[in-house]
Design a protein around this ligand. Structure first.
Ligand SMILES: *[C@@H]1O[C@H](CO)[C@@H](O)[C@H](O)[C@H]1NC(C)=O
Length: 215
């Protein structure tokens, strides 16, 4: 009986792993075929005989992103959209440029853990654990420091310094997805009802209208 329970528990753990993360590829590669109208969980594969080196490469990650915007930051993603050879491989990369005081605002990646390396300058980074603790885990990073944001948890990056900063992130999905908290809550289309947000944030509707007007 005890052994049955153990086997069931093991099966449950194995199954949840298989569902929670991108599955292992069933072939060497599956270069995304943008022309295919077939829909699978991911993108359909092109004929592997037609795959060329160009499908597995991306050029230009040395080029600084333009940070002249209100947040003072720019993400240059290299996901399956930019690099079709990433299809089914469960991995992607991004360069992030930060102006002095630049911010990547609190956001989550619904499908990926992110591991970040500071290449230039310094950053304050942090993530918040789930309810009920909502503990902020934060650290000031210098050039060469590495930090991991666990899958799904809201996190941010802030260049506190007076000089620019650059980081490189690897993500455990070909298509990590981004949900910026402020945009999702105050900038949804159509808007979430004022009454819902006023109660959720325990403020009056004028404050909600002011926040919504920013997005
Ligand atoms: C950077 O973006 C700003 C605002 O969109 C634009 O005015 C400026 O020309 C851009 N700079 C470069 C070098 O592309």
């Amino acid at each position: 009986m005890a052994s049955h329970i153990m086997i069931l528990s093991l099966l449950a753990i194995t199954c949840s792993l298989a569902i929670g993360f991108e599955p292992s590829p069933l072939q060497d590669f599956c270069v995304a075929d943008p022309a295919s109208s077939t829909r699978v969980n991911g993108l359909a594969c092109m004929d592997s005989k037609l795959a060329q080196a160009g499908h597995f490469s991306f050029a230009g990650l040395h080029v600084p992103g333009n940070t002249s915007n209100p947040l003072g930051s720019r993400v240059t993603p290299v996901t399956v959209g930019q690099l079709p050879g990433l299809n089914t491989l469960g991995i992607s990369i991004a360069r992030i440029d930060y102006a002095p005081q630049g911010v990547i605002p609190p956001h989550t990646h619904p499908r990926a853990t992110e591991i970040l390396t500071v290449l230039e300058g310094s950053l304050q980074v942090g993530f918040v654990t789930s309810n009920p603790d909502n503990r902020l885990i934060t650290k000031d990073l210098r050039k060469g420091d590495v930090f991991v944001f666990p899958v799904g948890l809201p996190h941010f990056q802030w260049n506190m310094a007076g000089e620019k900063a650059v980081s490189l992130s690897a993500l455990s999905s070909q298509n990590p997805g981004v949900i910026t908290i402020a945009n999702a809550v105050f900038g949804s289309n159509p808007a979430i009802a004022d009454d819902v947000l006023a109660k959720a944030f325990q403020v009056d509707k004028t404050t909600i209208d002011h926040l919504q007007a920013q997005f």
